[in-house]
Design a protein around this ligand. Structure first.
Ligand code: SER
Length: 320
C-alpha cells in the first residue's frame, strides 16, 4: 500500500480510517474523498477530493492522476436509510462498488478493501455464532447489496486476480463522527444523550441482542485485513465480532458511570431489521488466518466513549 484512496471518507468509519492511514502512510499518500464537506481533521491527515462514486470517469481520473494502488471503498447507504429509499441504496451501493472494481481492474489498482456487514444474514441464518458460510437471505436492500457486493468482490478476484478483501462488520460504536442511517445507531445515540444529561428513546426493544464492536477495534480489523499476507487468506470475506449486546446491556454499563441516565423504548420499523440479524457471529477464521482479536469489552468501551464525548461536549462539538 503506497498510494491510498478512501471513498466515503466523511462517514463514521471513513473519517477515523483516514486519520490512521495518514499517520501511518503519510498525508501525501492518502487521498480522501466524499460528496460531503470534510471535517478539518480529514484535511489534516490526507488530501481531500470531492468525488461521487457514481461518477466513474472522475473516479478513474483520481486513480490515474494520483497513481493509486489501494482503494478503501467506504461509501455506502446503511440499512435504515436504505429501507426509506431502496432504489437509491441499490444505486449507491451496487453501482458505486462496481465502478470501484472496474476502475481498479482497468487502471491497475492492486487492492480493494470494502466493508460488508452482519446485514448479509437474514432471519433464517443461525442467530448465535453465525458462521460465514450459511444462508444469506437478507430482508433489507442494504443486506441485498452487501451480499451481491461480497460476490462481486469474490468474482473480481477469481476472474481478474484483483486482490479484493472484505469483512462483515457488526454495529460500530464510536465517538468521533456520528453514524448515519444504520439500525445499530441507537448505541451511539445512547452515549451522546447520557453525556448531555438527556433521556433517550430507543427505537429497538431493550432485549434485542446484536453484535457490536468499538471503533478502535474496527479500524484495527480493517487495517490488519488489508495488510495480511495474501497467502494467509483462506477467503475473501471474513466475519469479525467483538461483543454481543442488547440495548439494556449498554444502558446498564452507562449507568455505572452516569446513574441518572434514563432510557425508554419505542420500537419502530428498525426493530424488524434488528430482529432479522444475528446476535453474535463466528469470527474464528479471521482469528486463525490473520490474528484478529478484539481488545475492548463493554465497560472499557463505555469509559472511553464517555471520556471522549465529554471532551467533545466541553468543546461544544457534540450535536444531536
Ligand atoms: N451498522 C449497520 C447498520 O445498522 C450494519 O452494517 O446499517
Amino acid at each position: 500500500m503506497k498510494k491510498i484512496l478512501v471513498t466515503g471518507a466523511c462517514g463514521q468509519i471513513g473519517s477515523e480510517l483516514v486519520v490512521h492511514l495518514g499517520k501511518k502512510f503519510g498525508k501525501e499518500n492518502v487521498i480522501s474523498s466524499d460528496i460531503k464537506r470534510p471535517a478539518s481533521i480529514i484535511k489534516e491527515f490526507s488530501t481531500f477530493m470531492y468525488l461521487n462514486v457514481l461518477d466513474t470517469h472522475m473516479l478513474a481520473r483520481e486513480v490515474v492522476e494520483n497513481e493509486i494502488d489501494t482503494i478503501f471503498h467506504m461509501a455506502a447507504i446503511l440499512s435504515a436509510t436504505g429501507e426509506q429509499n431502496p432504489q437509491f441504496a441499490y444505486e449507491v451501493n451496487m453501482q458505486g462498488l462496481m465502478n470501484v472494481l472496474e476502475v481498479a481492474r482497468r487502471k491497475e489498482v492492486q487492492k480493494v478493501i470494502t466493508p460488508s456487514s452482519i446485514a448479509v444474514f437474514g432471519p433464517d441464518a443461525p442467530k448465535e455464532m453465525t458462521p460465514e458460510d450459511t444462508s444469506l437471505n437478507p430482508t433489507t436492500m442494504y443486506g441485498v447489496t452487501k451480499v451481491a457486493g461480497e460476490k462481486l468482490m469474490q468474482y473480481y478476484h477469481l476472474k481478474y486476480g484483483l486482490d479484493t478483501r472484505s469483512l462483515r462488520y457488526p454495529g460500530i460504536i464510536s465517538s468521533e463522527t456520528l453514524p448515519g442511517g444504520g439500525t445499530t445507531d441507537f448505541a451511539v445515540d445512547m452515549y451522546i444523550h447520557a453525556v448531555l444529561n438527556q433521556p433517550y428513546t430507543c427505537f429497538v426493544t431493550e432485549d434485542t441482542p446484536l453484535p457490536f464492536m468499538y471503533m478502535p477495534d474496527a479500524i484495527r480489523a480493517i487495517l490488519e485485513l488489508a495488510e495480511a499476507e495474501e497467502d494467509k487468506l483462506t477467503r475473501r470475506v471474513y466475519n469479525v465480532h467483538a461483543m454481543r449486546l442488547t440495548p439494556a446491556d449498554i444502558v446498564d454499563s452507562i449507568r455505572k458511570y452516569i446513574p441518572e441516565f434514563r432510557c425508554e423504548y419505542q420500537p419502530d420499523y428498525r426493530q424488524d431489521i434488528a430482529e432479522s440479524w444475528p446476535h453474535s457471529i463466528d469470527d474464528s477464521a479471521a482469528r486463525k488466518d490473520w490474528g484478529w482479536l478484539p481488545q475492548y469489552n463493554l465497560d472499557d468501551m463505555t469509559r472511553d466513549m464517555l471520556d471522549k464525548l465529554r471532551e467533545k461536549h466541553q468543546k461544544k462539538v457534540v450535536h444531536l
